[in-house]
Design a protein around this ligand. Sequence first.
Ligand SMILES: Cc1cc2nc3c(=O)[nH]c(=O)nc-3n(C[C@H](O)[C@H](O)[C@H](O)COP(=O)(O)O)c2cc1C
Length: 375
Amino acid sequence: MTNPKYDGLFKPFTFSNGIQLDNRIILAPMTNYSSNEDGTVSDSEVNYYIRRSKGVSMVITACTYVSANGKGFSGEFAGHTDEMIPSLKRLATAIKEQGAKAVLQIFHGGRMCPPDVVPNGDVVSASAVPVEQEGSPTPRELTDSEIESIIHDFGETTRRAIEAGFDGVEIHGANGYLIQQFFSPHSNRREDRWGGSLEKRLTFPLAVVDEVKKVVDTHAKEPFLVGYRFSPEEPETPGITMKDTLALVDALTNKNLDYLHVSVLDFWSKPRRGVEDTRSRIEIIQERVGDRVPVIGVGSIYTAEDALKAFETGIPLLAIGRELIIDPDWVQKIKEGRENEIITKLNRDDQEKLVIPDPLWQAIIHTPGWFPIED
Ligand SMILES: Cc1cc2nc3c(=O)[nH]c(=O)nc-3n(C[C@H](O)[C@H](O)[C@H](O)COP(=O)(O)O)c2cc1C
């Protein structure tokens, strides 16, 4: 039986469009580098999702690319053509059969795309400004009509998500990818309608939201979620400040989205600049949003106590990433009063038991400091 102090984690949640979640824990979107060469989902990644979709109330998939030149990783699954609908359907069905809602994360990598995974090595972005890292390619600045076409692509992938049976899409406006590149004064140096002032830097992100919502209004026959993920702040100068982030949050809050999802590595991380506030970014954002739209928090939640503490800030929903790779039974263990059996460090012998596809396993094992790993 659940320890009563964790009852709050298992309170059902209803989105304003009527979609109901059985509990407050969501699988965070995590790229697994394991899709087939042709862009379809592979058996190993479907099995990875099945293993992680029984306890959580909702699964947000790894990002899928909406345009051929938006592919950000080798082994990323595709959402950019109608031929991919059966593959998307296979993923949605696998997740939903375990009892979780399935949300497809839709994305364009922009200047973060490795040249060898996009057609003709043509890496594109808001402006011809590379990522501040040795060896990063200088992207080509998108033309006005190419920008319109990518906005349309976000809508088309949303239509495919609906046809494939997903319960929603999450617009990936975080982690430095194309949507964030348009909002950022670092990567967006344009002087046309897509850049210049803070307001103009919002044009692309908001146009993507409008297009996705329009497609949902036209095509969805049942309630369908539209969420938006963003990263607060950037380290670069110029770069997105916490003040800019709050302007983005205000603009998104007016868009009648089903949820906002903050992307941070640590739930308790604090603003660098842009506000006089000693609280965490998530607390500041939650306060700004109030109860106008539900906020999903995330970041280094490993134990039941960590989750409890996070919920005390008033956020209604919590996404968990790495810990659900390490212990796919995390939710069930808390529900059954076995929270002391939760495993919080990856064991190097457990790849098969944990159903982790090889490319993801290799990335985890060879990236020091990314995951807690047993010595
Ligand atoms: C292997 C891996 C892949 C990830 N891929 C994505 C992704 O495709 N989209 C995204 O928005 N975030 C991605 N993230 C970030 C996570 O969603 C999450 O925000 C981050 O890991 C912090 O949460 P955690 O401490 O619970 O893992 C990824 C994280 C990991 C560990």
